[in-house]
Design a protein around this ligand. Structure first.
Ligand SMILES: C[S@@+](CC[C@H](N)C(=O)[O-])C[C@H]1O[C@@H](n2cnc3c(N)ncnc32)[C@H](O)[C@@H]1O
Length: 500
């Protein structure tokens, strides 16, 4: 197949050519891009490459891609053109408050943890920052929660390989609609509205801009100009363009630039489970850098607060209807309510759609299999039932977010032998990852039962250890279920077929 770009304007007509990108030329450009940036283009990107590079050919008044390939290797003009070539072929989609749970995590976990340890120093690297929305979102969080007046020394380094997007980021000027995802009060506080010729645009205020230092860094290059370590690296939505060896090389290098116990934030579709020896997953594509002698951080009892990007609903919790769930229950709520459950080795998944405020909770044990397909005591069906019920009330599957609890290793012989707590935790994490539902928070494992309360309309969740009397009652319930399972696992029905 030969791809041809037709002239699109009078200027193009002047150049009087349709440009053809042959397969061999496409391959040559793919190789160059891979060598210089690590970006591995799929073969389906041929039209895109043809259209974007055609502009460069027109700019130089040349008529074939082969000629352009030679130009890229020309000593005199090659260096500048190589940068243009890269700028043409990067994908720069970004937003303010993209994947907002990452910024909630900074506010609710990272910053309070630093404060609790008496540290007021914070360094964050946004290493593929595109046009600046990500580092400026970080800057707003630091301005709000790490003010210099309280002794904070908090700064952001923002870098990208693409010099065009970096220039835009440094300018900090955006069409007004770009900041629609910024909370209303912060729009007024951190942006200036354009007048006259600048009408319809907004500019980041200088005090916010001064928190961010921009520079060009190619993640593929051997020498990153970095002389510091970071508490967090935001490397979101760029790993997807790299192949596995490149991802590994970069992610392993990050371990040298993160402080012990630092955090790595990836994009929603980026998973690095194979690097578990370095990075412990906390859910929602947030990873914790393990210290060499480290075991994963113990599950913390978290009090999750209001997501940054939703307005606070005012109904006091004490006035809300409260529903208690036991093993096998699935409950959704359209109106403000509290869903509550007590957990030992079982797991409760709390799912919610932040836009409609519709969500729900289940309480189950073990993945289950096809013959348990209609029994909500088992994970697969309990999860599917919950998702279906939320969608029936108007929630959208693609917007769902999760908080998960339970899976403790409780002191009970039957349950321990089946390793139920760990299997439950592993199941719920895998299920949600496969379904592409981000885990905003989790409190899984440990040895203590939990009481969990969840407000589906806001996504808030609270967890605290169970009182000994409650735990005993829960263990009795789970033990009965454990014994039932043990019998089934020990004695499969005669007619069971084994596949080899
Ligand atoms: C889709 S944007 C992601 C922006 C932002 N992190 C976000 O999640 O909204 C990907 C960015 O990665 C940059 N990029 C691609 N290859 C890179 C490399 N080798 N080194 C540094 N940045 C790179 C691109 O220029 C682009 O701006």
């Amino acid at each position: 197949m030969v791809v041809t770009v037709k002239p699109q304007s009078a200027a193009d007509d002047d150049a009087a050519f349709g440009i053809t990108l042959r397969e061999a030329e496409f391959q040559a450009f793919r190789d160059l891009l891979y060598d210089w940036t690590g970006i591995a283009l799929s073969s389906s990107k041929r039209n895109m490459v043809c259209a974007r590079l055609a502009k460069r050919l027109r700019r130089h008044g040349i008529h074939s891609f082969t000629e352009y390939y030679h130009l890229l290797h020309d000593e005199a003009i090659g260096k500048e053109e190589r940068q243009e070539f890269i700028n043409c072929l990067t994908t720069n989609k970004t937003d303010f408050f993209r994947e907002p749970h990452h910024f909630d995590f900074l506010r609710d976990q990272l910053i309070p943890a630093r404060r609790a340890h008496g540290s007021r120093r914070l360094r964050i690297w946004s290493c593929a920052c595109s046009t600046g929305e990500e580092p400026y979102t970080l800057a707003m969080i630091l301005a709000e929660y790490c003010p210099p007046s309280q002794g904070w020394d908090a700064h952001i380094l923002a870098s990208d390989i693409d010099t065009d997007v970096l220039a835009k980021a440094q300018q900090g000027i955006y069409p007004e609609e770009r900041i629609s995802t910024v909370p209303e009060a912060w729009r007024r506080k951190y942006f200036l509205r354009g007048q006259g010729a600048r009408r319809g645009q907004v500019a980041v205020k200088p005090e916010l801009r001064s928190r961010v230092k921009f520079c060009q860094i190619n993640l593929m290059s051997d020498d990153w100009p970095l002389h510091t370590t970071f508490d967090a690296i935001f490397c979101r939505n760029v790993m997807i363009y790299f192949d596995r060896p490149t991802q590994n090389r970069i992610l392993e290098r990050f371990t040298r630039y993160l402080v012990p116990g630092g955090y790595l934030f990836l994009g929603h579709s980026e998973n690095i489970h194979w690097l578990a020896e370095h990075y412990h997953p906390l859910g929602g594509t947030i990873y914790y850098l393990r210290a060499p002698e480290d075991t994963p951080p113990p599950p913390r009892l978290l009090r999750f607060t209001q997501p940054l990007t939703r307005s606070v609903r005012s109904a006091p919790e004490s006035q809300l209807p409260e529903y208690s769930l036991i093993l096998g229950d699935v409950k959704t709520a359209k109106q403000p309510a509290i869903l509550k459950t007590l957990l030992g080795s079982c797991v409760a998944a709390c799912l919610y759609d932040p836009e409609t405020g519709i969500g729900g909770m289940n309480h189950f044990s073990l993945p289950g299999s096809s013959d348990e397909g209609t029994n909500t005591r088992y994970g697969v069906h309990a999860m599917e039932m919950l998702i279906t019920a939320i969608m029936k009330h108007g929630g959208q599957r693609h917007r769902l977010r999760a908080k998960v609890f339970g899976g403790a290793k409780v002191l009970n012989v039957a349950l321990e032998r089946l390793n139920i707590g760990a299997r439950n935790s592993e199941f719920v994490q895998k299920f949600l990852t496969t379904e592409g539902i981000p885990i905003d928070a989790q409190c899984l494992g440990g040895t203590r039962g939990l009481i969990v309360r969840f407000r589906p309309d806001t996504g808030q969740a609270w967890a605290k250890p169970l009182a000994p009397t409650d735990l005993t009652a829960i263990l009795r319930q789970e033990e009965a279920f454990g014994q039932e399972l043990e019998t089934r696992i020990a004695a499969p029905p005669d007619d069971q077929i084994t596949l080899f």
